[in-house]
Design a protein around this ligand. Structure first.
Ligand code: NDP
Length: 286
């Protein structure tokens, strides 16, 4: 058989991008399945973004992830958007199709829903409370609403952003939605099924902090999830577990999101456990 020395290329464009761990899990997954794919973490500034997007086509990449500050500015370059990406107004994954056209997806919220389903919890018919109204909160809110959530309550420090996200959900999905200003010791409304920290509180060097909520308002009937993935056992999740709630960590969301990218680019089912274990090793959790 004739040898093929050409690698299929994927990666991420961002600035700053040095701290982005996605390549670790994608490369481990390519290795595990013996695929001749590479995932390169690339610094792309706003000034260089047009050239970088032209390069995606010129060097026949399979696709790219986008992180700050490119998730919104990429949209005019794309030929088609998924329903979720179109509502969210941000794209974190581009797929180069066989015919050279570019498809934009947002896998952050899908990764969250998949991680939830893996723990036996579904957003369908549920009352969901989201702390935060930034990019992660937006993706999660839209995806949970598209998955059939009955109500989404957004609680945010900057109140107008909470109401804006609630409005986006009401206008584009069948879910009810409400935006609330975050108060000190914020009580979680009775009847909440799923509570999510979608802020960056507790991330990395901030690990000694946790969202300022009334932890005694968390009940054993709730499923509580955190987007923060490093550390994966955040003080927020520890507080929820102490109240008897089921917890779902952000590492699972990150891996499920990466697995979806993997499948979009390769057409093959991702080795999710390999990806989870590689992330745990990377974060010193094994
Ligand atoms: P953004 O900057 O877009 O949003 C940050 C949100 O956190 C805002 O709502 C902000 O409120 C709130 N916030 C930050 N600090 C505080 C504070 N001290 N008190 C109250 N609210 C606060 O960030 P992203 O949405 O992009 O990212 C949020 C987190 O999600 C990060 O930790 C990121 O790593 C994680 N993430 C995880 C993923 C995964 O796969 N596990 C995927 C994507 C993101 P305000 O509006 O008032 O400023």
């Amino acid at each position: 058989m004739e040898k093929n020395y050409r690698a299929e290329l994927t990666g991420v464009f961002g600035d700053p991008v040095e701290g982005n761990p996605t390549g670790v899990m994608e490369e481990a997954a390519y290795d595990a399945l013996g695929l001749n794919y590479r995932y390169i973490t690339m610094k792309v500034t706003p000034e260089g973004f047009r050239d970088a997007m032209n390069a995606v086509k010129a060097i026949h990449m399979k696709g790219v992830n986008l992180t700050m500050p490119h998730k919104i500015t990429v949209i005019p370059y794309l030929d088609e958007l998924s329903e979720a990406a179109s509502i969210i107004g941000a794209v974190n994954t581009v797929v180069v199709r066989e015919d050279g056209t570019l498809f934009g997806e947002n896998t952050d919220g899908k990764g969250f829903v998949e991680a939830l389903l893996r723990y036996g919890e579904s957003p369908a018919g549920k009352n969901i409370v989201i702390l935060g109204a930034g990019g992660a909160a937006r993706a999660i809110a839209v995806e949970c609403a598209l998955a059939g959530a009955s109500k989404i309550t957004v609680i945010n420090r900057t109140a107008p952003k909470a109401e804006e996200l609630a409005g986006l959900i009401r206008e584009n999905t069948k879910a009810q939605a409400e935006g609330i200003a975050w108060e000190a010791g914020q009580k979680i409304p009775a009847g909440t099924d799923i509570l999510i920290n979608a802020t960056s509180i507790g991330l990395g060097d901030d690990r000694a902090n946790r969202p300022d909520i009334g932890y005694d308002s968390i009940t054993p009937e709730m499923t509580v999830s955190d987007v923060v993935f490093n550390p994966s056992d955040t003080l927020f999740l520890q507080g929820a577990a102490e109240r008897g709630a089921k917890t779902v960590n952000g590492l699972g969301m990150l891996a499920c999101q990466g697995a979806r990218n993997f499948t979009l680019w390769t057409g093959v089912e991702a080795p999710l456990e390999v990806m989870i274990n590689q992330l745990k090793e990377e974060f010193g959790e094994v």
